[in-house]
Structure formats: C-alpha cells, structure tokens
Design a protein around this ligand. Sequence first.
Ligand code: NAD
Ligand code: ZN
Length: 267
Amino acid sequence: MVAELSPKLIAEVQRAAELLAVQSRICILTGAGVSAESGIPTFRDKQTGLWEQYRAEDLASPNAFARDPRLVWSWYQWRRQLVHDKKPNPAHHTLAQWQQDAIENKKSFTLITQNVDDLHEQAGSMTTHLHGHLWRNRCHDCGTPYPNKAETLDSNKKSINFDDSLISCQQCSGYIRPDIVWFGEALPVQAWQTAENAAASCDVFISIGTSSLVYPAAGLAQLAQQNGAKVIEINPNPTPNTIVDITLAANAGVVLPLLMQKMAALT
Ligand code: NAD
Ligand code: ZN
C-alpha cells in the first residue's frame, strides 16, 4: 500500500511527522472519508439501489421528515442495515492508538468527528460527535430519548429491527427519528463547545476525510489557524482550502499508519 505513494507524498508525510513530533496539543476532525475504506459510502458518493434517485442532503433534513417521515425513517433504516456489520479500518485504529499514546504521555489529543457511525469507538477512541449517532433515536417533537435497539440488544447489532414502520412516542405521539443532526439543525451544545475549545487551543489541526463543506464544522480549521495552529489535511481529493499548510493527498487508511510510523522513528 505504502509502495503506491509517490516520493513527494512520502516526503510530505515526513514533514507532517516532524511537525507533529514537537507539538503537544493535537486536534483532529474526521468526516465520512475516514469510514470509506470500511465500506461506508460518503455523502458525495452516489447512492445505490432504491435510493439512487435521492440526494442524501434532501433526506437528512427536518423538512424532508415533516414532508414524508416514513421515507426518511426508511432511509435511515437502510443506512443502519448498510453500516451495522462494518468494522474500523487502519485509519480508525491508528487514531485510537495515537490517542492512547497521547494520554500516556500527558499530551492533549481531541478527536472530533462529523460521522454518525461508531467506528472510532469500536477502535477504542474517545470521540466527540458533532452530528449525532446513527444508533440512537429520539422523539422528533419532545426529544425523549428512545433506547436504541443496538444498545439494548447484542453488541454485534445482529438483532436489530431494520423494518421501515414508523414508531410513535409514548409521551407525545410524535414520530421517533434517529438522533442525528440534520442539515439546518443546531449542533449539540456540549460537543460544539469541546470542539471549539480544542480547535482554538491546539498546535496542529488535522482534517481527515471531510469535504469541508458542512458548516459550522468546516470552520474549525480556520479557528485553529487564527489561533496559531498549523493545519494538515488528509484527503485523496484535497479540498480547495487555502489555509492548509500540509496536504497529504491519499487514503487515510494508508497515510495515517505511515505518519505514526514516521513519528515513532523521530522519538
Ligand atoms: P463528505 O461525504 O462530504 O466528504 C467525504 C470526503 O472524504 C471527500 O472529500 C472525499 O474526497 C474524502 N475521502 C473519500 N475517501 C477517503 C479516504 N479513504 N481517506 C480520506 N478521505 C477520503 O463527508 P463529510 O465532509 O463528513 O460531510 C458530510 C456529512 O455526511 C457529515 O455531516 C456526516 O455526518 C455525514 N455522513 C456520515 C457518514 C458516516 O457516519 N460514516 C457517512 C456519510 C455521510
Ligand atoms: Zn415525544
């Protein structure tokens, strides 16, 4: 895999490792791209099968749910079916190891994700989720949390019901929805606070597998840079982001293990 990388990219990974080795406050933001190598499609990938005719952005919204709750619920049930057996890839494992090392060495390492899957947790990371959790539900009207089937049933998520019948709230008879932040909705206050604090006080901000289009998450790199941090981007299709200091243009599952290896060689 590493053999596929160009000498120029390997040199950039080395440059990133040298920068990271001397800094002690790291803030990382991941997006759908970090889970792509686990087989979970990103929002920019075309949808498949029944859902081919829809754009994800048109389903993940309060308006879509108000218009057709069954359609939106069915789509999430389909996404849960698609995701339930997916496993962390080398990018998730490397980030978990890195966080563990940082804790042992009393360094600051904050992992923030826009993803709603739980692959970072499966790999052993403590993660701040900005956009909610695919495996949790709540009432759309009164907010009552609903025990998610994945949590109450076996940890392999084998006994989850993926059928598309709508469920009503026992408190107010509103519809149950996934506990996910949809386009146009506010981010969870606590998670956003953690993200802002970490971005504003880090030495290096690393953006991994995100198209940097969805705000406010996309603004975290700018916040970090305004406060003096260096910005690294890991994405095979680098974003037109002018604030990036080092671009590592390859898959996260290849770049991150190499970066770890190069950092280890420097200590
Ligand atoms: P996005 O779909 O907009 O962009 C994904 C980015 O990942 C692209 O820039 C792409 O070039 C890059 N990418 C693809 N493969 C990669 C790889 N192997 N390594 C590194 N980068 C790779 O995703 P986004 O920026 O996270 O924003 C869209 C929204 O989609 C988010 O709010 C998120 O909640 C939601 N989403 C989540 C999941 C998930 O939880 N796994 C999946 C799809 C969408
Ligand atoms: Zn309710």
